[in-house]
Design a protein around this ligand. Sequence first.
Ligand code: SAM
Ligand code: SF4
Length: 329
Amino acid sequence: MITEDSFKRRVSYLRLSVTDRCNLRCRYCMPKGKIQFFSSDELLRLEELKRLLKIFRDLGVCKVRLTGGEPLLRLELESILKEVIALGIRDVSLTTNGVTLSKRIPSLIAAGLTRINISLDTFNKERFFNITGSDSLNSVLRGIEDSIAAGLTPVKINMVVMRNINLDEVEDFVAFAKNHPVEVRFLEVMPTANNFEGTSSLTHDNFVSVEEIKERVEQRAALIPEEFSGSVAKVFKIKEGIGKIGFISPISNHFCGSCNRIRLNARGILKTCLHGPDSANLRLALRQGASDQDLKVVIRNALLLKPEEHFIRPDHYLSQHLQMSQVGG
Ligand code: SAM
Ligand code: SF4
């Protein structure tokens, strides 16, 4: 059964945050010392997650991304992955910072993972520390290499591009995509409720539009557009290279009109829009004894209130609601 929102958008893609904890402190997501973590009894237990996944599948979800916080910190990640696949949801992926990825690749593949997104904003050790608060760049690079070697396909690299921080490395990422079988995706940095309101060193001045990033890329590589793949990224093959380049523009050219996504955080809070308020508390409903049918009604009602679009723009660059590390991007 396909579930539509009030604007006739078919909602079929669930982004599931399995933990709000992280081993990095990226300055655009979870700046040091500013985060209140969920308490352990607030977190959805494995059995609760499994029940909700089945309900979402029944409502038409056919694509799931596991995210976080850092999803590899959840030791039950492989069990969650297996459950998604056992429910018949074949399109399943994982977004990770890659720090502890290498040693988990065999168990993730055994659980059914075939593709992966790894976040990396710089190839420079000092900058990596400056952006993430950690000196684990080499572990992330190893995670990327090992993912390629293990045959995960595609391996996508997410780079959040920030002026005065890593914009000058766009060319290095293009070179990486030329020489490796990966898709490098350049992302516009989004304002979040815990960083652009005075609690971190990032400001609107750090924002770079996809248009500007693309101009830089095209000075280094001829791009051949790919057919629309259903993803929010505009994807291009590199004419003289083995990899691909993708651009994601949530701010300068938002894709709300075709948004098919909903998000469930590790506490069981449903969000129908990344930049909107919480839409429903499924954990509470579950623990108060709601039946599957009741839960479907709660989810459908929340979907009917999915906003038509978000209102963040390059010239209106503020977010009231988004705690990125809790929702998972
Ligand atoms: N910890 C994992 C990781 O970093 O890949 C998964 C969670 S993270 C919130 C998911 C993605 O969101 C990452 O690619 C990260 O770079 C991106 N992200 C986080 N904060 C962002 C922001 N303010 N603007 C744009 N992308 C952001
Ligand atoms: Fe952690 Fe990912 Fe957020 Fe960085 S972007 S702090 S790795 S959740």
